[in-house]
Write a protein that binds this ligand. Structure first.
Ligand code: PFF
Length: 468
């Protein structure tokens, strides 16, 4: 086994795009996007999200991919290669997926548990009150499921970039899209009459989802929706956490990065919107507009109840949904672990096998602690944004709300003002490839994105209240 840092390459543009899209489409699309869309006025959120994908998201995605491909390194070495002084930023970026993996594996384990429950025909049980609570507070089950989830993740990573990550994405992505489209079409055909005699249809739910709701819209609320859409973009596109730097470092020199970034965005956004079509009409039909306020509990508490209300077809829809969710979570967790592996391989000059083995042992233990954060290690920690959370929430807060916006803001300042956007443009335009949204990119990186990120940081830390 070579001890050099080289991890491998994706076979070509398609492999790169599929693996990146598989990274992007995950728990964020399934659980976060629909409830934000429902909470934030349907069409208004969708519109703002689309505008931000094409400008803000595109710029951050391009930056990460190009930093990776141009330096052929993962975050720590990549930043060090561009400028020694900026290596600490690379270290912060390395820490983001290193923290996220510990709790993503736990959420992945929860999803895998629901898949197992529906697969053995016990979906009705999952719909009973208290099922989710008693599962996550039990001492063995969440630990075992997160360990199983992590085992599959590490097996794919152990097989390498082309034979593991790319192959898994090539196999899983078509399955995923087919299931999403199938269940979304089914959701549109739903009709239900409740005890009060009110009949609601899937189509009405769809219209609720896509029609902008401007009632009570103020400038403050518009800003809140924009901030929600922005934080969702980070989560969903897997940017500013080293993932796309590492994946970019595996893209061959001839890969057209501008086109690839557009395709990744299209895949991810299409999946998010379709998942919304799958979930929102179903909730609307069975629980009306009040059901939309379910928030984070939507996937584990509301959806099983809705599958149960669908009658016999609900059992099949439940299996399809949670199978799809498990696959989406696995390819995403692969992409969260790969930069950690790649960075460690570069830093410790170790081979893939040894690095994967050591990190697997570490994360099995870390995920067990997080999983037990609802029982043995239960804590109630107040967070700066006013909420109270357990270990999982605290890790999510530190990585997603604090480190990611800061890392992203610093990267914008670094590329926009220190290195200069031309450094990115030159790499994209090698081999005569075109940089589609070059002007948008420059303006976004220098001016708009840093301001938006600063506001996002103030909001997620609770500091915004001091200014308003
Ligand atoms: N983009 C993936 C998802 O939406 O689930 C993976 C992911 C990466 C999620 C990083 C969360 C995160 F912080």
């Amino acid at each position: 086994m070579s001890t050099t840092k080289k991890s491998g390459n994706f076979s070509g543009q398609l492999g790169f795009v599929l693996a990146s899209a598989a990274s992007a489409i995950g728990v964020g699309n399934l659980w976060r996007f629909p409830y934000l869309a429902a909470k934030d006025g349907g069409g208004v959120f969708l519109f703002i999200y689309l505008v931000l994908v094409l400008t803000f998201g595109y710029s951050l995605l391009m930056t990460d991919i190009v930093i990776g491909r141009r330096t052929k390194s993962s975050a720590v070495h990549a930043y060090e290669k561009i400028s020694k002084k900026w290596k600490p930023l690379g270290i912060v970026i390395f820490c983001v997926p290193a923290i996220i993996l510990a709790y993503y594996a736990v959420i992945g384990g929860w999803i895998a548990k629901y898949f197992a429950v529906f697969l053995v025909g016990q979906g009705e049980q999952a719909a009973t009150d208290g099922f989710f609570g008693s599962f996550i507070t039990s001492s063995w089950s969440p630990v075992l499921f997160s360990a199983a989830f992590l085992a599959v993740t590490t097996l794919i990573i152990y097989l390498g970039v082309e034979k593991g990550i790319e192959k898994a994405a090539t196999f899983i992505m078509p399955l995923l899209l087919l299931t999403i489209v199938g269940v979304a079409c089914f959701a549109l055909t739903l009709v239900h009459t409740d005890e009060a005699g009110v009949t609601r249809t899937g189509w009405e739910g769809f219209l609720f989802y896509v029609t902008p709701d401007f009632t009570g819209m103020t400038l403050g609320r518009l800003l809140q929706i924009t901030l929600d859409a922005m934080s969702q973009l980070f989560f969903s596109l897997s940017v500013s956490m080293g993932i796309m730097i590492t994946y970019g470092s595996y893209a061959k020199p001839e890969v057209d990065l501008s086109k690839s970034a557009s395709h990744i965005e299209i895949f991810d956004t299409m999946a998010a919107v379709l998942i919304g079509i799958m979930i929102i009409p179903a909730i609307y039909v069975f629980s009306g507009t009040e059901g939309m306020g379910a928030g984070p509990s939507l996937m584990f508490i509301s959806l099983p109840k809705i599958f149960s209300a669908m009658g016999s077809s609900g059992a099949y829809v439940g299996v399809a949904f949670f199978a799809m969710a498990t696959l989406a979570a696995i390819t995403s967790s692969v992409s969260i672990m790969e930069p950690v592996v790649a960075d460690c391989m570069e830093l410790f000059k170790s081979g893939r096998n040894k690095t994967v083995a050591a990190l697997t042992a570490f994360y099995m233990a870390a995920a067990a602690v997080v999983a037990l954060g609802y029982s043995v290690f239960y804590v109630e920690l107040p967070l700066p944004n006013g909420s109270v959370g357990q270990i999982l929430d605290v890790l999510d807060y530190i990585s997603n709300c604090l480190m990611m916006p800061v890392a992203s803001l610093m990267t914008c300042l670094f590329i926009g003002w220190v290195v200069g956007p031309q450094w990115i443009i030159d790499e994209v335009e090698t081999f005569g490839n075109k940089f589609g949204r070059k002007a948008v990119y420059c303006v976004m990186m220098k001016y708009v994105t840093p301001v938006l990120l600063f506001i996002l940081f103030l909001e997620s830390t609770g500091l915004m209240k001091l200014f308003l």
